[in-house]
Design a protein around this ligand. Structure first.
Ligand SMILES: NCc1[nH]cc(CCC(=O)O)c1CC(=O)O
Length: 307
């Protein structure tokens, strides 16, 4: 491994940098003598922080520039939040490994209320995720959902400025940035089913780069990979991106995969839910059959209306 330098493409947000540095540390620990270098890039998603994401549209808003960097040989690997990674990869690139999942839940963050059940009559909730929105609106039809974008620090600053009664963020991001004390309550998946891939970090690289693929394999977590594969198979069948009211979450216990999925109307008036369990080898079929059950129950109409 001597003389090997791995160039890691990353966005510049504090969370993206944390994740890239985490991968660099893990690689250096696994291969003493190995060197790493961060190659920071700005993505379209970062530039459009003020636009409502659902309107900006497009899958892979946060990953395309990083992929271009690898295809042009300016970087060797890219570190992503699996939640932001589209189901398909450009020719020549692939998802090499998935790291062990961090807390997959959504976090209820508030300066005045300890949990969802304590919220006032007409709570003002900050989130830009249609997935979080529909699950909140189902329980609190009177909730006012307000736009909340920007990186984790920006979002917390807006909460602290009094714009919202509460905001919902991924627990994983807060934990990684050592802000777990801001989590008032971790929402059980039955209250807020997480996004596909939430809490998992994936590493993308050139498919034919045997040296890099071999090095990365040391960081792979097979259990997380199985769960995220089931979730991504569901998303692929639904043709979903990260800006649709779709949730999917799988867990694995003694080789039995248990997965739940949902598609909801953004206003929370209807949410279709499905769940399945089966063996780990059937992960992808389980994800696909959840998608098909959801489509057959009416999710197809919700999704069509959004595209
Ligand atoms: N959409 C942005 C994004 N992508 C990944 C995370 C959190 C970390 C993770 O899920 O691994 C976040 C922030 C959030 O949803 O609060």
């Amino acid at each position: 491994m001597a003389n090997q330098i791995i160039r890691i493409a990353t966005r510049k947000s504090p969370l993206a940098l944390w994740q890239a540095e985490h991968v660099a540390d893990r690689l250096k620990r696994a291969f003493p003598g190995l060197e790493t270098e961060l190659v920071t890039m700005t993505t379209k998603g970062d530039k459009l922080l003020d636009a409502p994401l659902a309107k900006v549209g497009g899958k892979g808003l946060f990953v395309k520039e990083l992929e271009q960097g690898m295809l042009e040989g300016r970087a060797d690997i890219a570190v992503h939040s699996m939640k932001d990674v589209p189901v398909e990869f450009p020719d020549g690139l692939h998802l090499s490994v998935i790291l062990q999942r961090e807390d997959p839940t959504d976090a209820f963050v508030s300066n005045h209320y300890a949990s969802l059940s304590e919220l006032p009559e007409r709570p003002r909730i900050g989130t830009c995720s249609l997935r979080r929105q529909c699950q909140i609106k189902e329980k609190f039809p009177n909730a006012e959902i307000l736009t909340l974008r920007g990186n984790v620090n920006t979002r917390l600053a807006k909460l602290d400025a009094g714009e919202f009664d509460a905001i919902i963020l991924a627990s994983a991001g807060l934990v990684r940035l050592e802000m777990q004390h801001r989590i008032a309550a971790r929402l059980d998946p039955s209250e807020s089913l997480p996004a596909i891939g939430q809490g998992a970090i994936g590493i993308e690289c050139r498919s034919d780069d045997t040296v890099i693929n071999e090095l990365l394999s040391r960081l792979h977590d097979p259990e997380t990979h199985i769960c995220v594969s089931a979730e991504r198979a569901m998303n692929a069948r639904l043709k979903g991106g990260c800006q649709v009211p779709i949730a999917g979450f799988a867990t694995l216990q003694s080789d039995i995969l248990y997965m739940r999925g949902l598609v909801g109307d953004p206003d929370g008036s209807v949410i279709y839910r499905a769940e399945r369990s089966g063996s780990a080898e059937q992960a992808e079929q389980i994800g696909v059959s959840i998608a098909e059950e959801l489509l057959a129950s009416g999710a197809d109409k919700i999704l069509q209306a959004l595209f």
